[in-house]
Design a protein around this ligand. Structure first.
Ligand SMILES: [Zn+2]
Length: 412
């Protein structure tokens, strides 16, 4: 029986959102939390964008030393051969790629203005898959941008060509959030049946349907005999109205009525990391979690009305579908209400040692602590807000990798 996997695209679609962004250290922390959670793949960035090079290399090093394992780290590029060449020039050991090209006549005509036909699109994609494979890509996903407004017969032709060139997955991008659960189910089932390749769903929330469409799309892929790879972002952060929220999709796939009887997750997801991940992403993006967010919102387990409170106290299952403990909630949190010393870009050694002592990090000597402090200062310059304990721990534990992450060298 085919299974459902998750490809989180926070570090690609999330960070390209207007008004929002993450530091390279924050992106790295997201990758480590996704890995702890059991997410199959993180689309960790843009290999042809030069300011990403050191970050991407550093994260691949973390994979090599077993820190970012077993998660796969996948890059996103355009489906043109020059992007593949640039990718392997800048990040030579990248092994997983998604290649993106527009497939709808709206976009082919609207973007290329008569310079490209549908056949040109298929040719470009095929050549790019060949080039990526020749240069060392181990898995290749081919993204059909605006798939939901693409003629289905053309999409099947496109998918068959991708498969013929050896692509591993076809990404069905509902780029504008135009699908509904019924249309995406039909389209993806037809693709799975006619192309015979694993299908990724990539859903947006312009009509409030991103999670529902992801679940319906996954059902379509599996009913059509293929594995489903659902694209998500943490807290649903993404362009315009956002993407399918990771935690909400996991909850829907595992807790909704009868779905999990037939449609099961491949690999195990550790949902108890959800709270930590959602809170970190909220802090890093500077975007509060909505009070009514599934699973991780402040009100997700709050009851006030007499009948509900009485019912939930007698038996939580009266008014709750799942327990807060499952999401890693419920631990007391220490909040400093008195004097606070934080580590920033202008910190000195004494304040820094105090901060690190509080999270039980000690250094062999002053030289070592000065080195780590210097890295923490740089991390602060980039993040422009106090680092969280996990970030400080990361820098103390992997100073060489942190140094690489924090290196920005323009105009080289
Ligand atoms: Zn998108």
């Amino acid at each position: 029986m085919p299974k459902i996997y998750f490809i989180d695209v926070t570090n690609r679609d999330g960070v390209q959102t207007a008004r929002l962004g993450l530091s390279k250290l924050e992106k790295t922390m997201i990758n480590t939390y996704l890995n702890e959670m059991g997410v199959f793949q993180s689309e960790f960035g843009f290999p042809t964008t030069r300011h990403e090079s050191f970050y991407l290399q550093a994260n691949l090093e973390l994979a090599e030393i077993g820190v970012l394992q077993p998660i796969r780290l996948g890059g996103w590029i355009r489906a043109i051969v020059s992007d593949v060449v640039e990718t392997f020039k800048l990040v030579s050991n990248i092994r997983h790629l998604n290649l993106s090209i527009s497939t709808s006549s709206q976009m082919i005509e609207g973007k290329f203005q008569g310079r490209k036909s549908g056949d040109d699109i298929i040719n470009d994609m095929g050549e790019t898959v060949d080039a990526a494979r020749a240069l060392g890509a181990e898995t290749i996903g081919v993204n059909a941008e605006d798939a939901s407004r693409t003629d289905l017969d053309f999409l099947i032709k496109f998918g068959l060509a991708a498969k013929e060139h050896g692509a591993d997955r076809l990404r069905y991008c509902d780029t504008l959030g135009y699908d509904n659960p019924f249309t995406i189910y039909e389209a993806i089932k037809a693709l799975a049946e006619n192309v015979g390749i694993a299908i990724e769903t990539h859903c947006h929330g312009d009509l409030g349907l991103a999670v529902a469409n992801s679940i319906a799309g996954a059902k379509g892929a599996i009913d059509g005999g293929q594995d489903a790879y659902i694209n998500t972002t943490v807290n649903g952060i993404g362009e315009r109205a956002g993407n399918a929220d990771l935690v909400a999709v996991i909850l829907a796939a595992t807790k909704s009525k009868r779905f999990a009887e037939k449609y099961q997750l491949g690999g195990s997801i550790n949902l108890s990391k959800a709270w930590k991940l959602a809170r970190f992403a909220s802090y890093a993006f500077g975007v509060p979690i909505p009070i009514n967010q599934p699973g991780v919102g402040a009100n997700a387990f709050a009851h006030a009305s007499g009948i509900h409170a009485d019912g939930v106290l007698k038996d939580p299952e009266n008014y709750e579908l799942y327990g807060f403990e499952e999401l890693g909630r419920g631990d007391p949190e220490l909040v400093e209400t008195g004097r606070e010393i934080s580590a920033g870009q202008y910190s000195g050694i004494s304040g820094f040692s105090h901060v690190m002592g509080k999270i039980e990090v000690s250094f062999a000597n002053r030289e070592e602590s000065s080195k780590v402090l210097e890295l923490v200062r740089y991390a602060n310059v980039e993040a422009q807000k106090p680092l969280v304990a996990d970030e400080l721990l990361f820098i103390a534990k992997y100073p060489k990798i942190a140094k690489k992450l924090l290196t920005l060298a323009p105009l080289e």
